[in-house]
Design a protein around this ligand. Structure first.
Ligand SMILES: Cc1ncc(COP(=O)(O)O)c(C=O)c1O
Length: 492
């Protein structure tokens, strides 16, 4: 007989009821062959005495096991492990649960190396991190968002948003965004042209899955947002890279490629090219739209940081000049407000949006309707505009301080142009040094620089990386530059 007294261990401090603890332990004994089919269990009175538990607890445990089909009670005979239970096949003869490796699945699947990212290791709080250009979460209007959310939820009408709904996203937010984007970005869209996504990335993913078949060509910059490269390749596309200069993507290069290949799409971060932060000039925008019309390709316009411009009014997106249904425009509030609010949009011709909305069902059944409703109010009642105005002032001051300190303190090591917008500076390291070495020295100064390689996936060896400035306050910027300088000074 099983030594029940030692095999069944009760934890009285656990929140789990004792009869459930016993039930789970009995199931384990059965699954691992310690209690075999037809084995007789002790009577409830006997077991309660053995374990020092109330008999009712044992009865409840046996009832639960009976209900789940693990045991059966036969009148006048007793309680037995269900004779019809199939034997659970363990990995190999003699192997027990302890030898199972729960890191390795028991089935085959494809691991795609392209998806691997080396996210920075977490260090103690006093470390500073070089980032790609992200908002300062401390400035996020979480109280306003929470207040609006609470008001939305408190309304009786909120009930209908708790159920399954449309894959296009909340209709009120779509309506509000149509008005907002038409007014602020010169678009000319109706509700048929927009679906809500969980961020720009989801828009790019859906668009890529629909656009690309195996071996289709997509044109991207020689330097490019590496996650979009991965998204396109994952969908089966082949990347063709073109030069990027001070005016953005090189149109002559694109034209040449259009003559050699059947191009399916061109990807552009027109407002500020990711990663170099240059703006696609007005002339090139028109050229690109003309090329799209001639060669019938799609333009995926990722307008990830439209709201951040410090020297001039924002340049209207390509989508605002698109008269022939070529542009797939993606954007979100994730950079402007905070990445945690997964509210984005995909804007395109109605037929394309309809197909994206159909596909979305199989990735994500629907968005967060209550949060979408919250953001409809947040935008309509002017909270978003006020927030942008506030952070724009702060980020501009941070950009100015960051760039002036880099200039005065690190001129011998790095060169850069002051970015006209966005949240990051494109910094080129003196050819004498490598980011590899700098990052090693910086870590010793508690400054973490990781993943700089993703800025040069084409292996151009430009020796440049992006450094975000927006997420650091004044004191942190001084500290950041001080640590970077110390790191540089220890380079041999
Ligand atoms: C260029 C670019 N596009 C898209 C994204 C993804 O944005 P979202 O958070 O809206 O999905 C990012 C995020 O860093 C980005 O830098």
């Amino acid at each position: 007989m099983i030594p029940y007294k030692t095999a069944l261990v009760v934890n009285r401090l656990s929140k789990q009821p004792i009869y459930i603890q016993l039930t789970n332990q009995f199931i384990d004994l059965i699954k691992h062959g310690k209690l075999t089919p037809k084995a007789k269990l002790p009577g409830s009175r006997t077991l309660s005495e053995m374990l020092g538990l109330h008999r009712k607890t044992i009865v409840a445990c046996y009832e639960e096991l009976t209900m789940q089909g693990w045991i059966v009670s036969l009148p006048q005979k007793g309680t037995f492990v269900n004779a019809d239970l199939p034997v659970l096949k363990l990995k190999g003869l003699g192997e027990t649960i302890n030898s199972c490796d729960d890191r390795i699945s028991g089935f085959e699947f494809e691991k795609n190396q392209r998806l691997t990212r080396n996210f920075p290791q977490s260090f103690h709080d006093d470390y500073l991190y070089v980032n790609d250009g992200i908002a300062d979460s401390r400035l996020a209007p979480t109280k306003d968002v929470a207040m609006i959310y609470r008001n939305c939820v408190a309304k009786k009408s909120a009930i209908k948003h708790l159920s399954y709904g449309t894959t296009y996203g909340n209709v009120t937010l779509r309506e509000v965004l149509v008005t907002y984007l038409n007014e602020t970005r010169g678009l000319n869209i109706s509700i048929d042209n927009i679906m809500i996504t969980r961020g720009s990335q989801m828009g790019m993913f859906l668009a890529s899955q629909l656009l690309f078949n195996k071996q289709d060509y997509v044109i991207i910059g020689e330097t490019n947002y590496s996650s979009s490269d991965t998204t396109f390749e994952y969908a089966g596309a082949q990347l063709l890279r073109v030069k990027v200069d001070d005016h953005g993507l090189d149109m002559n290069n694109i034209e040449l490629l259009c003559k050699r290949y059947k191009i399916k799409a061109v990807y552009t971060t027109s407002h500020h090219h990711h990663p170099t932060a240059v703006t696609l000039s007005a002339e090139r925008r028109i050229q690109l739209l003309n090329l799209a019309k001639i060669h019938k390709f799609a333009i995926i316009e990722d307008d990830y940081d439209y709201d951040f411009h410090y020297n001039h009014a924002p340049i209207l997106p390509l989508a605002s000049h698109d008269e022939n249904g070529h542009v797939i425009y993606v954007g979100s509030v994730c950079k402007t407000v905070a990445p945690v609010y997964r509210i984005g949009y995909l804007i395109a011709s109605k037929d394309f949006v309809d197909e994206c909305a159909k596909l979305r069902r199989f990735v994500d059944r629907q968005g967060d309707a209550l949060l979408e409703l919250t953001f409809a109010k947040f935008i309509k009642e002017g909270y978003l505009d006020r927030h942008i105005k506030k952070v724009l002032r702060v980020y501009k001051a941070r950009r100015d301080l960051f760039c002036s300190l880099l200039k005065t303190e690190l001129n011998d090591y790095v060169s850069f142009d002051i970015p006209k917008g966005g949240m990051a500076t494109w910094i080129t390291l003196n050819k004498k040094y490598s980011w590899d070495k700098v990052s090693e020295k910086a870590l010793a100064q508690k400054l973490v620089i990781t993943e700089w390689q993703r800025y040069d996936t084409a292996n151009v060896k430009h020796n440049s990386i992006r450094m975000g400035f927006a997420a650091y306050n004044e004191q942190e910027i001084y500290e950041f530059v001080k640590r970077l300088k110390r790191a540089f000074m220890t380079l041999s």
